[in-house]
Write a protein that binds this ligand. Structure first.
Ligand code: GAR
Length: 197
């Protein structure tokens, strides 16, 4: 049984899908939701689903406190779901091949620092793209650059604004993130010893 931690900064609709998907699964369970934003919707969603949550500061992300908490909780897989900060290199190295992110565009397009949430959709619309989509990828030490595991596309329709496009992208994310994680987990070799901090 793999213990999953989700890191999120916002409303947490993807986190909710992940918690629901793995609830009662023999393969994995969401054991912790970590959040860097006081009052973020994801904290309420974790509470509603009976999943422990942890609010941490930017300093605690940088200084190893979060890494220590994750290791202490026996976390074997980290899922970013609308988490808006870069992970420190030490944390990335501590879970090699075991940190995934979802991004609301067809990477490498519309990724990188400052490209998150509605900003991505606004850039896609401004460029006149006819399609957009989602990317699920491994996390490395740079924004949105790890190995791509899965992509799915959707059309950009005439009359779309950032809200309508975001809704279409969210539906795609909710449909695919949990199953892509499950597929990835099934391919993973047994977990290495937990990292020590
Ligand atoms: C999602 O669309 C996710 O792809 C995006 O933030 C949104 C979070 O929504 N992530 C990024 O932009 C990361 N660069 P949610 O809080 O409802 O899951």
């Amino acid at each position: 049984m793999v213990r999953i931690a989700i890191l999120a900064s916002g409303s947490g609709s993807n986190a909710r899908q992940l918690m629901a998907h793995f609830s009662g699964s023999p393969l994995a369970q969401v054991a912790l939701v970590g959040c860097d934003q006081p009052g973020a919707g994801v904290l309420q969603r974790a509470w509603d689903m009976g999943v422990p949550s942890l609010l941490f500061s930017p300093a605690e992300l940088r200084d190893g406190t979060l890494q220590h908490e994750l290791a202490s909780a026996g976390i074997g897989l980290l899922l970013l779901a609308g988490f808006m900060r870069l992970l420190p290199p030490e944390l990335v190295r501590a879970w090699p091949g075991r940190i995934l992110n979802i991004h609301p565009s067809l990477l490498p397009k519309y990724g990188g620092k400052g490209m998150y949430g509605h900003r991505v959709h606004q850039a896609v619309l401004a460029a006149g793209e006819k399609e957009s989509g989602i990317t699920i990828h491994l996390v490395n030490e740079r924004y949105d650059e790890g190995k791509v595991l899965f992509q799915a596309k959707c059309p950009v329709l005439p009359g779309d604004d950032a809200d309508t496009l975001a809704a279409r992208i969210h539906a795609l994310e909710h449909a695919h993130y949990p199953s892509a994680v499950e597929g990835y987990l099934k391919e993973l070799p047994p977990a290495p010893p937990l990292p020590h901090v």
